[in-house]
Design a protein around this ligand. Structure first.
Ligand code: FAD
Length: 377
């Protein structure tokens, strides 16, 4: 399929400057497409800036398809990170991380071994270790650990710094980023997108638009176009724990749905705890106490020197399947909205969006995406 068949002969607008919007803009520009990105605040102002920054395939109740998709995204991250490092001009504190998926009971072992099967089938490096080997790796781990999966194909970085580096890289590829520019509507005529209306009264002409507004996407698409999309704001609380004079953790740990990872700046991220407060997320003592209890149980030898509770929200979608592809019914409107693992998925969502728009290629995920069923109310 040619560019003109896809109506990419004018500017493509990307709305949203989180990790997904910036990655999409960067990939489209790399394929020679003129792109303008609109961000209502600054890159990383949404979920991305508050993320743990884990590029970690299998970070939730994922099936084999999702884990393989995560592996595909990890490979794309690895392909593009050298360019982002070189052009981004920022040390975003990237590190390879080994994640121990700890099991403290037979039921947990059964589940972790299932994940291990899917992770290795996806071509990722991981192995089963017994409890003693786990404690030799990190002596602060609990004696209750009977074994676990040591997942050795994860990267962790400061997500806010990465988002800034990615925006800088997109700009070096020719993307025009307009910061502090809020989209408030779309101009549609003759069954296709013609432009974007901005909050300051101006407008931006475009031939296509990619909506990458994370948790805000459903509300906007409902108000602007009358579609109901299955995207909800999903409140998540996390802790930043001080290491104090202690040595950094020798591996990250995942247990009872909580990731504990030592960042390169010496803070330990522990999260996340779901609270049903959506866009109104505020730090909660209940979430802090619950997360501290998980850390104390699985890593009793780690005594945090300080605790900060951070409340945030991400988009959530059914079965954590991203909404990606064309919006049915109006030409030239595309969505790229991940669920709660969007930092991981940004690279693959960007690649498949750019390939669809430029080359007409449809990724398998687009056929599974709930977007395929979207209808005007
Ligand atoms: C506590 C926490 C920890 C997490 N940890 C991880 C993790 O370790 N790994 C992982 O893979 N995922 C993680 N996630 C999920 C991840 O952060 C998100 O899935 C991902 O960052 C989503 O990126 P995005 O670009 O789609 O959305 P966002 O980062 O939310 O970006 C959307 C952007 O759109 C802008 N915007 C919205 N409306 C408009 C408008 N009308 N006009 C212009 N701009 C607009 C917003 O300002 C925002 O910058 C975590 C989330 C949280 C909250």
């Amino acid at each position: 399929m040619t560019n003109s068949q896809n109506n990419l002969d004018g500017t493509v607008a990307v709305v949203g400057g989180g990790v997904v919007g910036c990655f999409v803009a960067y990939r489209l520009a790399g394929m020679g497409v003129p792109v303008t990105l609109l961000e209502q605040e600054g890159p990383g102002a949404g979920a991305t800036g508050n993320s743990a920054g884990n590029i970690q395939p299998a970070s939730g109740d994922d099936d084999a398809f999702k884990i393989a998709l995560g592996a595909e995204s990890l490979a794309l991250w690895r392909e593009h990170l050298p360019r982002i490092k070189e052009a981004g001009g920022i040390d975003y504190r990237e590190q390879d991380v080994r994640y121990l998926y700890a099991a403290t009971s037979e039921d947990e072992e059964h589940e972790v071994r299932r994940i291990l099967g899917d992770v290795t089938n996806a071509g990722l490096k991981a192995e089963w270790v017994d409890g003693q080997t786990a404690r030799e790796t990190e002596p602060r781990l609990s004696g209750s650990i009977i074994g676990g999966m040591l997942h050795q194909d994860c990267i962790q970085m400061d997500p806010k710094l990465l988002n800034t580096a990615l925006a800088n890289t997109a700009e070096t590829e020719g993307v025009a980023i307009q910061r502090q520019k809020q989209a408030v509507g779309l101009a549609v005529a003759g069954g296709r997108i013609r432009g974007i209306k901005l909050q300051d009264g101006s407008s931006l002409e475009c031939s296509s638009v990619v909506l990458a507004m994370g948790a805000w996407t459903a509300k906007a698409v409902s108000e602007w176009l009358g579609y109901d999309l299955p995207v909800e704001p999903y409140g998540l609380q996390k802790l930043h724990l001080g290491l104090g004079p202690a040595a950094p953790l020798n591996c990250a740990v995942r247990w009872n749905g909580v990731n504990i990872v030592c960042r390169r700046d010496g803070l330990v991220h522990a999260g996340s705890r779901f609270l049903p407060d959506g866009f109104d997320a505020k730090p909660s003592a209940e979430a802090r106490d619950w997360l501290l209890a998980q850390v104390a149980e699985i890593l009793p030898g780690f005594q945090p020197s300080g605790v900060e509770t951070i409340a945030a929200f991400a988009a959530s979608t059914p079965a954590r399947i991203p909404l990606v592809g064309r919006l049915p019914g109006i030409d030239g409107i595309y969505l790229a909205v991940p669920s709660t693992d969007g930092f991981l998925m940004a690279a693959v969502l960007a690649e498949m969006t750019a390939e669809l728009m430029v080359n007409g290629k449809v990724h398998d995920l687009m056929e599974r995406s709930p977007l395929a069923l979207a209808k005007v109310r």
